[in-house]
Design a protein around this ligand. Structure first.
Ligand code: 13P
Ligand code: SF4
Length: 311
């Protein structure tokens, strides 16, 4: 539940003072509540936030997003204090790949390389050859020499990547995002399209193959921002978590964005402005990872960052 406007103003003011006092930067994912987006220093997709975390000069990073994103920031900026205002804001898909099963899969396919979506635990990243986000999954898989790729954990993203790399065998994992897999259907998009026939349909690659076939474009959340900026079109149906449409409407007030109201990620919504303020006041909860995990998970993440975005 978000706060009344007067509280938000007061919290925002408090946050400004605390940021200066603690030398902190607020990073927020595009699915965050409007009150959090409005008060972030940097808003972005998983890849951009990882890059920005690795480059920041601030002593403290307050990460407004789900657990794997805050962990990624800590791995790429281990000397910083990385705060995650609600540790219960977890991505359920990240829990769908467990290290024991990954190890077994590697033994089954000794010639395969392991590419893991950044939506994984730090332990899985530590046992991964190269990470990717939805902004560069195709480029990452194309970049590897191996013909067999174990792709964890999002099956839909793996299927999407397979369309662009027919020369490789993608060994899929049975993971999925409930928000994208079940709450965004062709029927939902068709109903919006019937109401807004001029709108272009953009969807996230975590959606099902049928939804992807229906869409005009498939993008990471950062790709949606870029497309909305560059496209001559002025009306869009936003086939991803609903707050993405808020982000786009703020950036492009002269264009219209239609969200799917039921496409909510309840995990992302756990971070409120009040929790952000409390976290910065107390400098907790902070992400803690062992030195060993940080060292092992860093390499696949750095490879991901170095590759950059799909064209
Ligand atoms: P992006 O990297 O496209 O922002 O997506 C992150 C995510 O969790 C999608 O559900
Ligand atoms: Fe995880 Fe899905 Fe939420 Fe993204 S939208 S953070 S994949 S549960």
């Amino acid at each position: 539940m978000s706060n009344p406007m007067s509280d938000i103003k007061g919290l925002a003011e408090k946050l400004r003072g605390l940021k200066e006092e603690k030398n902190a930067v607020i990073l927020a994912h595009n699915y965050q509540l409007p009150e959090v987006q409005d008060n972030a220093d940097i808003l972005g997709d998983s890849l951009q936030l990882a890059v920005d975390a690795s480059k920041t000069d601030s002593e403290v990073i307050v990460f407004c997003g789900v657990d794997f994103m805050a962990e990624t920031a800590k791995i790429l900026a281990p000397e910083r204090t990385v705060l995650h205002p609600d540790p219960e804001a977890k991505c359920p898909m990240a829990a769908m790949c467990e290290v024991e099963f990954l190890q077994a899969k590697r033994e089954e396919h000794p010639d395969a390389i392991v590419v893991s979506y950044v939506n994984t635990t730090a332990d899985v990243k530590a046992r991964t050859d190269i990470c990717c986000t939805s902004a560069n999954a195709v480029k990452v898989v194309r970049s590897v020499a191996e013909k067999e790729v174990i792709f964890t954990p999002d099956r839909n993203l793996g299927l999407y990547v397979q369309r662009f790399v027919p020369d490789k065998e993608i060994i899929l994992w049975p993971g999925f995002c409930a928000t994208h897999h079940s709450r965004i259907t062709v029927e939902d998009l068709q109903a919006l399209k019937d109401r807004h026939p001029e709108a272009e349909v953009m969807v996230h690659p975590e959606c099902t193959p049928e939804v992807i076939d229906f869409a005009d474009h498939v993008f990471s959340t950062g790709g949606m921002v870029r497309h909305a900026r560059e496209s001559a079109r002025t009306e869009f149906i936003v086939g991803t978590e609903k707050e993405m449409a808020y982000r786009l409407s703020v950036d492009f007030p002269n264009k219209t964005f239609h969200p799917l109201e039921k496409a909510v990620c309840p995990n992302m919504k756990r971070i409120t402005l009040e929790k952000v303020v409390r976290s910065l006041e107390s400098l907790s909860p902070a992400i803690e990872l062992s030195r060993e995990i940080i060292e092992r998970a860093r390499r696949p993440l750095e490879r991901m960052v170095d590759i950059g975005r799909d064209e």
